[in-house]
Design a protein around this ligand. Structure first.
Ligand SMILES: Cc1cc2nc3c(=O)[nH]c(=O)nc-3n(C[C@H](O)[C@H](O)[C@H](O)COP(=O)(O)O)c2cc1C
Length: 354
């Protein structure tokens, strides 16, 4: 067995991005990728929603859309894995090419458009798992569904019993009209109906909402209000951005789609800080966007994240990054005198709204 990410990684990165991802998935499925030595310092553990996370570093949605390799990715050292987004019916997504590396910017642009195998296939895979390790399910809507909430209700009914948490994703930029569901009235309706479906399950499953980084202060206030009124158990901040910072230098910077990776770090962390303030630290937040080091993971935690996730940095650094982030995070927490991760959550947030 060889270290796929270290040895094959540089070669795979010469291929078109989606071909490379397909090869990586194939390698993960055939077991060519050995597990990382387990590294979970007790200072990194955190209990949220009645679940014990061994460490706060998660795999973000979009890498394993169809729940093909959640356990292999847990074996890479992640404290939790989010599969999806999954839509009720299978759909092909947008025409290729739809995934682009912006190597000089350490960024990625994607306009995948929720390509996935649909709820039934994904549920079959999750049902066959041994269920060791935390796996969340990220729910989307089909491109041609008019009553969006009905798609999320279906997602809850089918994946709720098989997942450790559920995510309403209304923040992907590649499904027309999806992000409009973040507006106050549609969001209230969506959260109310999805919550009802969750409450009807025989098991208790936390319900989270994943938001875009491109929201106004007013949007954020509305979202915080809906969340605090009891509809949601947490927020994921954030999805990819449709903005293009002036700093981008890669040829592909003008491709349509969502931008992720290094240029997303600062704006998504700022939104996270604002959301922590607006929700007064009462809801667990998952910080996502441009994390590629322990220092960045730590900054998200200090801005208000109880957990963090990453995806784009894996494209450039492979999964050995996960252990490195955990080691650096332990050092940072100890250096600043924290004996538990929980104590560091939100210390830099300013709590302006309190
Ligand atoms: C190729 C690709 C596909 C993605 N697909 C999804 C998705 O299906 N659902 C979702 O909620 N987020 C999706 N995301 C967004 C990521 O989960 C994450 O929020 C974003 O990439 C920022 O994190 P990063 O900078 O660490 O990549 C996708 C990202 C990429 C790069």
């Amino acid at each position: 067995m060889f270290d796929y990410f270290r040895i094959a990684g540089p070669l795979v990165r010469l291929l078109p991005a989606e071909t490379a991802h397909g090869l990586t998935m194939a390698a993960l499925k055939t077991g060519l990728v050995p597990h990382q030595p387990s590294y979970n310092d007790p200072v990194l553990s955190i209990r949220l929603w009645g679940r014990d996370f061994k460490n706060p570093v998660g795999l973000a949605a979009g890498f394993d859309k169809n729940a093909e390799v959640p356990d292999m990715m847990l074996g890479q050292g992640f404290g939790f894995v989010e599969i999806g987004s999954v839509t009720p019916r299978p759909q092909p997504g947008n025409p290729r090419p739809r995934l682009f590396r912006l190597s000089a910017d350490r960024a990625v642009i994607n306009r995948m458009g929720f390509n996935n195998e649909g709820l039934d296939v994904v549920a079959g895979r999750l049902a066959r798992r041994r269920r060791a390790g935390i796996v969340g399910a990220n729910l989307g809507k089909n491109k041609d569904t008019e009553d969006a909430a009905s798609d999320y209700e279906k997602g809850v009914r089918i994946l709720g019993p098989l997942a450790d948490y559920l995510v309403i994703n209304v923040s992907s930029p590649n499904t027309p009209g999806l992000r409009a569901l973040q507006g106050k009235a549609p969001l209230e309706e969506l959260v109310r109906r999805t919550r009802k479906a969750v409450d009807a399950l025989a098991v208790r499953v936390p319900l989270l909402l994943k938001i875009a980084p491109d929201l106004t202060e007013e949007d954020l206030q509305d979202i915080a209000e809906v969340a605090l009124q009891g509809g949601l158990d947490g927020l994921i901040v954030s999805n990819t951005t449709i903005t293009r910072p002036d700093s981008l230098i890669s040829e592909r910077r003008s491709e349509t789609g969502g931008l992720s990776g290094a240029p997303l770090f600062a704006p998504s962390t700022e939104i996270l800080r604002r959301v922590y303030g607006l929700t007064k630290g009462r809801l667990p937040l998952i910080g996502v966007g441009g994390v590629s080091s322990g220092a960045e993971a730590y900054a998200k935690i200090r801005a208000g994240a109880s957990l963090i996730q990453l995806y784009s940095a894996l494209v450039y650094q492979g999964t050995s990054l996960v252990t490195r982030i955990k080691q650096e995070l332990v050092e940072a927490l100890r250096r600043d005198g924290f004996t538990s991760l929980q104590d560091a959550v939100g210390v830099d947030a300013g709590r302006a709204a309190e």
